[in-house]
Design a binder for this molecule. Structure first.
Ligand code: CP3
Length: 348
């Protein structure tokens, strides 16, 4: 059975425009909270394939999205490179020993050895592959990674940051060290994504959540070229697997015509007008997005946005999504409303 989401990624005609939501498996769902609490912590849940598979599928049944995204986190990669990830309640992710020097970087595991340690992710994907095939409803499974730059921000800062001052100090005073980190992470990510594909994902997405921290003229050098390297490595070996790029907050990079590379779908963040993305990128890439996630607080505002997006895209070369992740305090019925509206307005 051909999968409508995969068809849409390749720009083929579909009976309606498929929809999913970034961060769709998460805290706004009481069913997710129940499983997470049973497991004791978020990281325990990521390490338990049966439970991770269960929460991956929840949004398909509860919200009605057309694709499931693997339940895991981008930060399991540096964790398995040897960085000791923890989540501190109310504060988010933490690495106890951030990378400050070349010696710190040399101590981290790289390449095949690091990618080979993420077995719980591959086991979750294999379980999901079987479960989705058994369901037979043609819903797709999305695998993912963080972009090397976004991963590096956590590895260098040791946690999330508002100013990026530690990694930007490195960018401007020790660019060789920053690029050595990006090189090592890129090499792990290529193999990690390849193993996700071999384990059974239908599509992959690369999240560059903190792209906006980089000047548009430097964005290619610091982040985009590494993302393209990963995408092109995968496209060459697995042309039937669509690759989605999601660099958040780079309208300036798009506007100046700097986007290039062999991949299939460009994820448009909510700060970039869809009409601008369509004009600059719509011929070359299928566009995904881009409702402002906070519109989900109002059903009426959601409907207005979905209708406006449908008007711009005309149901062609488009995948509905939010322009970033869904927030934990969104009512579930509003998320269902979003998905229903996307299907309603685009039904052929
Ligand atoms: O549903 C999905 O999208 C799949 C699962 C997923 C998670 N994280 C689960 C998660 C995905 C794709 C991610 C990616 C991720 N993780 C990104 C890129 C996407 C984005 O939103 O920009 C980033 C930057 C991270 C790093 C990360 N992980 C942060 C900053 C946090 C804390 C955020 C918070 O709100 O507390 C996490 C934890 C995390 N990852 C949670 C979930 C469901 C919350 C954990 C919990 O308390 O249950």
């Amino acid at each position: 059975m051909s999968k409508i989401f995969v068809d849409a990624c390749f720009g083929k005609e579909t009976p309606y425009t498929p929809v999913w939501m970034m961060r769709q498996a998460g805290r706004y769902l009481p069913e997710y909270m129940k499983v997470r609490n049973e497991m004791g912590s978020f990281l325990n849940l990521c390490h338990a394939p049966e439970k991770a598979a269960e929460v991956t599928l929840q949004p398909l049944d509860i919200v009605g999205v057309d694709a499931a995204i693997l339940f895991s986190d981008i930060l399991v990669i540096p964790d398995e490179m040897g960085m000791d990830l923890s989540f501190v309640k109310g504060e988010g992710p933490k690495f106890s020993d951030p990378v400050k020097t070349h010696e710190d970087l040399d101590r981290l595991i790289g390449g095949e050895e690091a990618a080979g340690k993420l077995t719980y992710v591959y086991d979750t994907i294999k379980l999901l592959r079987r479960q989705l095939d058994e369901r037979g409803d043609g819903k797709a499974l999305i695998g993912f990674t963080g972009a090397p730059w976004t991963l590096a921000t956590y590895m260098i800062e040791g946690q999330g940051t508002k100013t990026y001052n530690i990694c930007k100090k490195m960018m401007y005073t020790q660019p060789g060290l920053l690029h050595a980190i990006l090189r090592k992470v890129t090499d792990v990510v290529k193999l990690y994504m390849e193993k996700q594909i071999q384990s059974g994902v239908d599509v992959v997405q690369i999240f560059d959540s903190w792209a906006a921290a980089i000047e548009p003229d430097n964005y290619d050098e610091v982040s985009w070229k590494y993302m393209v390297e990963i995408a092109e490595y995968l496209k060459e070996k697995y042309p039937h697997i669509p690759v989605i790029m999601f660099p958040k907050g780079i309208a300036g990079f798009i506007e100046r015509g700097l986007v290039y590379g062999d991949f299939d779908v460009f994820g448009v963040d909510w700060g970039t007008p869809m009409a601008l993305a369509k004009e600059k990128l719509g011929d070359r890439y299928v566009l995904q997005g881009n409702m402002e996630p906070c519109r989900l607080y109002s059903k009426q505002m959601t409907t207005e946005s979905v209708e406006a997006l449908q008007k711009v895209m005309g149901g062609k070369r488009h995948i509905f999504n939010l322009g970033h992740g869904i927030l934990p305090d969104v009512p579930v019925e509003n998320a269902i409303h979003f998905v229903d509206e996307c299907h309603r307005v685009s039904q052929k």
